[in-house]
Design a binder for this molecule. Sequence first.
Ligand SMILES: [Zn+2]
Length: 1120
Amino acid sequence: MQDFNYLHSNCFEVTFELSCCKYPAAAELPRFWRLNKDAMLSFIEQTHTGVKGFVVDEDGEPIKNAFIKVEGVPHFVKTTELGEFWRLLLPGQYNITALAQGFESPTPTTVTVPSNQTEAVPLKLVVRRRAVGRVKLQNIEVPEVVISEEKPEQNQHRRDVPNLPAADFTHHDYLKMESFLKDLAALYPKITKLSSIGKSVEGRELYVLEVTRDPGRHIPGKPEFKYVANMHGNEVIGRELLLLLAKYLCQEYTSGNERIQKMLNNTRIHLMPSMNPDGYEKSTVGDYKSTHGRENAHNVDLNRNFPDQFGETPDNQVAEPETRAVMNWSLSIPFVLSANLHGGSLVANYPYDGNPAMHSGDEYLAPDHDVFLHLAHTYSDTHMKMHLGQPCRSYPERFPEGITNGAKWYVLAGGMQDWNYLHTNDMEITLELGCFKFPPASDLPTYWADNREALLAYIEEVHKGVHGFVHSHIGGNLANATVSVSGIRHTVRTARDGDYWRLLVPGRYNVTASKHGYESVTEEVVVPESGSVSVNFTLMPDDPQHWSSAYDFRVLDNIMHTRYHSTLELYAELAELENKFPAIAEFRSGDSLLTASLHQLKMTDKVGSPEETKLHMAIISNLYASHAVGQEMLLNFARHIATAYSLGEPRHKSLLENAVLHFIPNLDPLYEKILHGFSGEQCQLSPLEEEFGDSLYHYITKTNLSPLTNYTREKAFVDLLKAEKYDIMLDLSSGTEDVAYPDLSRRLFEQFAQKYQDNRTPMDKYECRSTPSNHGNLLDVLCERYNTPVVSLGLSCCKMPSESDIAYVWKSNLRGIMKFVELANTGIQGYIKSEDGGPVRDATVVVNGFSRPYRASRNAAHYRASLPPGEYQAVVSAKGYVDQALTWRIIEGEVKQRDIILHRTNTEIPGGTYDDKDLYNDPNTVYISGLALDHNSVPLNTAKLLVYPLGTKKLVDPVATNASDANGRFVVSLPVTYMGREVLMTAEKDGYISRQRHVMINKNENMTPKVLFKLESDDKVLGMSRLVFVMVAGVVGVALVTLAAWCFSCRRTGDPRRDYMFTQLASDEKRPFTDDGKYEIVSKPYYDVEELPPSETDSEEEIVLLRNDRDWKPVENLID
Ligand SMILES: [Zn+2]
């Protein structure tokens, strides 16, 4: 009953269970009355909380059945016959408005509901009749009976219902539809044009009706809009609505409706009532949810038949005639906005429909998510019912606010909306117009009334955002120029007349117009709240010298006579930089073992002076020989930095004061061979031999090892990583314009990558193809094994552009590379000291949310963290010291100085007491704390702890991460929403076998303490097989027994387990941990046995609580 009340009436109901005993003795009743009386009275008083009031029109007439909308709450109450409403709300501030059919909603009123409320806040909402309603409507063309779903006594609102003839509210099969369209086109020749964009499988025409002033051609500056319906043959509402809309637009235009006149004068509207006329002929009226008639005559689902961003499927290998026709049409006209009209549900569905894993339920958002969200809202909010989010009777899904991401609802490949977004300038959403796929004709007036305003309002969205023209300096129109918006990885191109449209939500943007052969122009553009701004761009032809002076300190070698350098030539160029800039550059070739095979140029302020406090960044190229353009960018960048420094540029000076740049080109010897065979642009270069990146991966992971090589170069590279401990390594690659980074530090590098993308100019010359590579695996393994994060910048989708285009790649990427490298100038650094000022060298700094810890340097205990601007929480820990929690506020372009002083723990952990890290008391966070130990209960430093929501299949995006400190202790913080929930937690450490556990988070307090992970060491890391290991272990075992005997005799001299911090039990239930009986451990499964037994995979030895509570029973097998 309570659910029914909430869903179908204005009433809020809760169900009270008043006693355990269902039918108590009468004598008990007075007691129950006493217990409940006050509660019942105060519950009644709750009717006076929130907001109450009236909805009236401009004349003060009450409006019944208006919806009261509270922003952000997808639940509505309706007004009564007298226009009254009551809306229960908790104390707080709300924006409230009313939605009424035929009326415009007032701008939301902000209402504050006070605490201690005794009377509901009064509120009067005045709605205004819609503009269309005020125009006197006349049926000039076909005067017929007006149809209205409303009862006679409601006729005062009749004038708001558009006058469409009753005869039109019927189903139109192919022949009827054809004659309807032909009649309409004949009747309104000046504002319509009927054409066919192709034929269906069975030879039916694919009709498109244009409705606009001056139909039949694209008029420069006039945006193109399209509605496509009935792609699924048995989903017919859209088909009928588009016919009604066509007639409505023509009638209103002719009868003087100003809004419609403005719309048709300024927009070219294309209506395609049926994309699948063959399927329609097979389907039948009354079909609620079948799939009969859904597909075309080849039994292909057309909304699975488009090319897909994640590759081919059996459904889209061959484009069907209908699909081909729509694709050709969509590409031949510069469409800006469209919608694809379906049925079977009631929701506005926005891209993407697909996701990489093709897994339903995983939201996958387009770069233009803000715009798509706005577009979906525009339709849903304007529709009479969609925004209510009510489920269909045959499906349980509810869509809050009537919108959903496609992949989150259910994933599909080959859909039309994703294709439009990825292959044209057009932005499209998919509208599900009702639960009933083929409703009876008598329902059509209701569908029209529900959708008419939404259909119109959605068309008007085509004018939002930025639009204008791109011209050349002599005034010519530049077709196919790129218009890109900083921060959004999606470009649009200009149409034949240089006109462009870029839909955007209100805000401030950097918009760049570029075209190959011209210098890009960037303008700051403010899209106003009213939605639209016009911006024209004038591009100057490319002048390399001008560009070089403006952006590259006139290093003309970087852009003139560019070519690919051989390995020796490149080394010579880098050595030349040392000669030119001896104060900052040093070329190292074989002066040490490390540089013998991998020569490098080191660049920093005052080269040769101590570098311990600087950020060490390696810039590498040719990790894969085929990514050939990278090394030229490396050389250009080295010249750029050195020249800028010598000219005294403050940005570059401070960069070299803060950082040491190690330029390491030519990793892959295969490059020489590629260069030898180079004969011009080779965008899809794929060498026959194994590239360095791949052999490096195989060398590190010991997989697919080749007997023909001894891996000296790979070994040299690994030794370099181990010795230099770079803070970050930047790989200049090509073949993509994406940025790749290790999964482990995803959250950090995502932001870095964005910075790069925002500052580079997308190149319009090369086609980007997504070719799967195991590049990412290499980055992961380098980060995990050698603690070196490698970020790979894809500089160009062409792996090896023509030699003259090297300059083009450089011009597009210089700013992005520089911004990325400059992140070295943003962050925090300092020394970690003890109270007496001595360095604490083994300290680690863990930043909340990032799994990779920062370590103090070996001599001076200096730490340095490059972090994007923002606020961070960090924990500094070192063995023998009290952990310190810090809050850092990082500011763009600034490296903060913060020394950290650690205090010694008072007790030198005698006998070991395990303190909770009770440093945390943020009420919005819950914490899991515990210990990570190895098999022998020795604390594990820097074990990674990762927390995933339960049910996560692929463990990629942890909700929280942290690492254990020198004492094996860890604290992981989670949003408070996880309180009382169960999560999946993993502990990982190199050389150990990872563990996964379910952890039930405390529901009463925000600390879930004492979660223990014991990790088995991974025998592979010891470098021997299990058999050898067993043999060695046997020998060691004998030695240990001997040692133990010896130790037993002298145990008073000290115990090696002192630091393990186990609490000694005073109870009788103790079991000796070792023979000497000094320490013991008592364990209990993590779960409260009554509440929740561990799942089958939970063996008790891996998660235990360390407690000295008397009632806990020891677990026998823990000690083994
Ligand atoms: Zn459909």
